[in-house]
Design a protein around this ligand. Structure first.
Ligand code: HMG
Length: 386
């Protein structure tokens, strides 16, 4: 174990169904290479009728709770932009499903895809104040756009749970970070909409401008030069965005950067699609599971949330980061999804909204550890599965 504060363990979960993007390409008359090469996506996760962002978040955290217990967890934070309630925090539902102690605070965080990185910074502060405490931080989202839009292939779903504490096993987060906030209407979801509104081209330039700004701030605050960073994980709304980001950083720093080195960070996101807050941390999970030479290496994480906030943080990987069990669990979460065709995916997309004024019982569909059971008296009900 290394000293300092950071990510002690992490775990990825996703939906029970998967859409092969070849099927979407055929249904929409799109050249396959546009998805596989142009966007760098192969599949997207789709939720079963009895899954939602709450069940995803709880499922991601369950392995951490089983492995590490909950005695030291004083705070549960869930970062999401797929919230199910304007008032009650998603974290409170997850708190019950996971059986966390009552003496644990629970809160939801939002700033588009950036929210989990704000959560990470807050968690580092809480642990610095009391190194005995741990924070369970979960990034969970369902990316939804209008069917038929150019953004449709960049949907997906996923959650990454992280245990943040002192003497972390996986990644010690370094003190310097670079941030950049700018008010941009590149992507947003007004309260009366269930799918995002997006200006796709503006969103790509806003992302890259946030990276430049965050990098400049990182340098101004004494961050290390780019040559001292061994690996780069970027927020990946589609994995080709990581290549665009890497090129921007090379241009900004005047240093040639190896694009092939991004490959181990993209393996999960190629198959999940966009998972908003979880996407950057899915990239980190993918790196940790697929790179054998990370011990002691410095990794940069660039987080971007539309609207917009960008932050670049760095961390150093712990000696014992490799875990065959973790890699197998993540591979199973992806490999065991059930294929759906385009017609079924679009049916599920249309049926995912449940108005709060109609009582509904949702039949068991997925066999997941936690399930969305329906709506009663305006309140969403969740059950611990079999
Ligand atoms: P589009 O209209 O499909 O874009 O929208 P395109 O026609 O420019 O094609 C995309 C790429 O495919 C291009 O490559 C094409 O050349 C290439 P580029 O020029 O960019 O390098 N292409 C091909 N390549 C090989 N063979 C072919 C072929 N055809 C075309 N035959 C867009 C793409 C991403 C804009 C759209 O899907 C979209 O609006 N997605 C949602 C928004 C998004 O993901 N934005 C990313 C940055 S913002 C962000 O990351 C935040 C976010 O996660 C939300 C949050 O913060 O909460 C979205």
């Amino acid at each position: 174990m290394s000293a300092g504060i950071g990510i002690h363990d992490l775990s990825l979960a996703t939906g029970q169904y998967v859409l092969d993007l070849d099927l979407l390409a055929a249904a929409t008359g799109t050249n396959l290479d546009k998805f596989h090469v142009g966007l760098g996506l192969d599949e997207m996760s789709v939720l079963a009728p009895d899954e939602d962002v709450v069940t995803l978040a709880a499922s991601a955290a369950l392995p951490l709770v089983r492995r590490h217990g909950t005695d030291r967890v004083r705070t549960l934070m869930v970062a999401t932009e797929s919230g199910v309630d304007q008032s009650k925090s998603l974290a409170v539902y997850v708190h019950r499903l996971l059986g966390l102690p009552a003496s644990c605070r629970a809160v939801e965080l939002k700033q588009a895809c950036y929210g989990a990185t704000a959560g990470l910074q807050a968690a580092l502060g809480l642990v610095a104040r009391n190194p005995e405490e741990q924070v369970l931080l979960i990034a969970a989202d369902v990316a939804r756009y209008e069917p038929g839009s150019t953004a449709e292939p960049t949907q997906g779903a996923g959650a990454v749970a992280m245990l943040v504490g002192a003497e972390p096993g996986l990644l010690t987060v370094e003190p310097v970070s670079g941030v950049r906030t700018a008010d941009v209407d590149d992507f947003w979801r007004p309260n009366d909409r269930s799918v995002a509104l997006v200006d796709g081209r503006l969103s790509v330039t806003a992302y890259l401008d946030a990276l430049s700004g965050a990098w400049d701030d990182y340098q101004a605050r004494g961050g290390v030069p780019v040559e001292a960073i061994d690996r780069f994980c970027y927020h990946q709304p589609f994995t080709r965005m990581a290549t665009k980001a890497h090129r921007r950083l090379a241009q900004r720093t005047g240093v040639e950067l190896d694009e092939a080195a991004l490959m181990p960070t993209t393996r999960y996101n190629r198959r999940l699609g966009n998972s908003y807050t979880a996407s950057l941390y899915a990239a980190l999970a993918s790196l940790l599971d697929h790179d054998d030479d990370l011990a002691g290496r410095r990794v940069a994480l660039f987080s971007y949330g539309s609207g917009s906030v960008g932050e670049l943080v760095t961390g150093v990987v712990g000696d014992g980061y490799r875990s065959a069990e973790r890699g197998l669990r993540h591979a199973r979460a992806l490999d065991e999804r059930k294929p759906v065709d385009v017609h079924r995916y679009r049916e599920l997309h249309a049926a995912a909204e449940h108005p709060s004024d109609v009582d509904v019982d949702v039949p068991v569909a997925s066999g997941t550890p936690f399930r969305f059971a329906g709506v009663r008296g305006g309140a969403r009900r969740y059950e611990v599965g079999a």
